[in-house]
Design a protein around this ligand. Structure first.
Ligand SMILES: NC(=O)c1ccc[n+]([C@@H]2O[C@H](COP(=O)([O-])OP(=O)(O)OC[C@H]3O[C@@H](n4cnc5c(N)ncnc54)[C@H](OP(=O)(O)O)[C@@H]3O)[C@@H](O)[C@H]2O)c1
Length: 220
C-alpha cells in the first residue's frame, strides 16, 4: 500500500500514539506534516517534520493540508469533547471528500478495542468492561464517535483505501512484542507498539477496509 518515501499528514501527532508514530515515520525516511493545536506539545524536531497550527474543528483549509500528501493518519481523541459531539466523525466527513478532490487514497484511523465493529455486537465481556470501566473513565462518547467513523467509512468511502485499527492500549513502556492483526484476538499493548503496528499496517494491502484488533503474536 504505502510506497517509500511518502508524505504523511498526521492528525493527533502530539498524542500518546501519535508522538511514537511520527518518530517511526521520520526514522524511516518519510516526511510528516502534522496539524497540531499547540506546537509546544510536539516533543521532536526534524527537517522532515512540518507543523501546521490548527484544529480538526476548523472548517477551512483541508484541501491545502492535503497538498503533496500520500497518506492521512488519524490518532485523534478528545474524550471530553466527544461526550458532547462527534468531532472525529464530523472531521472524517470533511477530510474524505477533500482526499477525493486531492487524489489522496490512503487513510489510517485508530479507534479503540471498546469500539463496536460495523453492524456487530461486542463480545459480552468486552461489552461489560466498556459499560463499566470505559463509562466511568468518560470514554463512551469517544467510542460512539469512533463507531460512527467506521460506519461512514464502510457505507460511504469504499473508494478510499482506509484501515481502522481498534487498538487496546494501556500505557507507555518498553516494547512488549510485535502486534498482529486479528478480528477477535487482542492484547493490551503499549502506545509505542501500537504506533509501530500502525506503521506496518500501511504496507499490508490485506488490511484495507478492515477494522480489526491487534494482539502480541510474539512477546519479548
Ligand atoms: N489512550 C488509550 O488508552 C486508547 C486505547 C485504545 C484506543 N485509543 C484510541 O486511539 C486514538 C488516539 O488515542 P491516544 O490516546 O493516542 O490519543 P491522545 O493521547 O488522547 O491524543 C489525542 C490527540 O488528538 C489531538 N486532538 C484532539 N482534539 C483535536 C482537535 N480538535 N484538533 C486537532 N487535534 C486534536 C490531541 O491534540 P492536543 O495535544 O492538542 O490535545 C492529541 O494529539 C483515539 O481515537 C482513542 O479512541 C486510545
Amino acid at each position: 500500500m504505502e510506497a517509500s518515501p511518502s508524505t504523511f499528514l498526521v492528525f493527533g501527532a502530539t498524542g500518546r500514539t501519535g508522538q511514537h508514530f511520527v518518530k517511526i515515520a521520520l526514522a524511516n525516511g518519510h516526511k510528516v506534516k502534522a496539524l497540531v493545536r499547540d506546537m509546544t506539545k510536539m516533543k521532536q524536531q526534524h527537517m522532515n517534520l512540518e507543523l501546521i497550527q490548527g484544529s480538526i474543528m476548523d472548517n477551512e483549509g483541508m484541501d491545502g493540508l492535503l497538498h503533496d500528501v500520500d497518506v492521512v493518519i488519524c490518532m485523534l481523541g478528545d474524550a471530553q469533547q466527544q461526550q458532547k459531539e462527534a468531532i472525529n466523525t464530523l472531521f472524517v466527513k470533511r477530510i474524505i471528500p477533500a482526499m477525493r478532490r486531492q487524489r489522496v487514497k490512503q487513510f489510517l484511523y485508530q479507534a479503540g478495542g471498546f469500539t463496536r465493529p460495523y453492524k456487530e455486537k461486542l463480545p459480552w465481556l468486552t461489552w461489560i468492561l466498556k459499560n463499566t470501566v470505559a463509562r466511568r473513565a468518560g470514554l463512551l462518547g469517544q467510542h460512539k464517535d469512533n463507531e460512527s467513523v467506521i460506519e461512514y467509512l464502510v457505507d460511504e468511502a469504499q473508494d478510499i483505501d482506509w484501515i481502522v485499527h481498534r487498538a487496546c492500549i494501556i500505557a507507555e513502556g518498553p516494547t512488549k512484542g510485535i502486534l498482529k492483526r486479528d478480528q477477535t484476538k487482542f492484547s493490551i499493548a503499549t502506545f509505542g507498539d501500537c504506533a509501530a503496528y500502525n506503521y506496518g499496517l500501511l504496507k499490508d494491502d490485506s488490511a484495507i477496509h478492515t477494522y480489526d484488533l491487534s494482539y502480541y503474536s510474539k512477546s519479548f
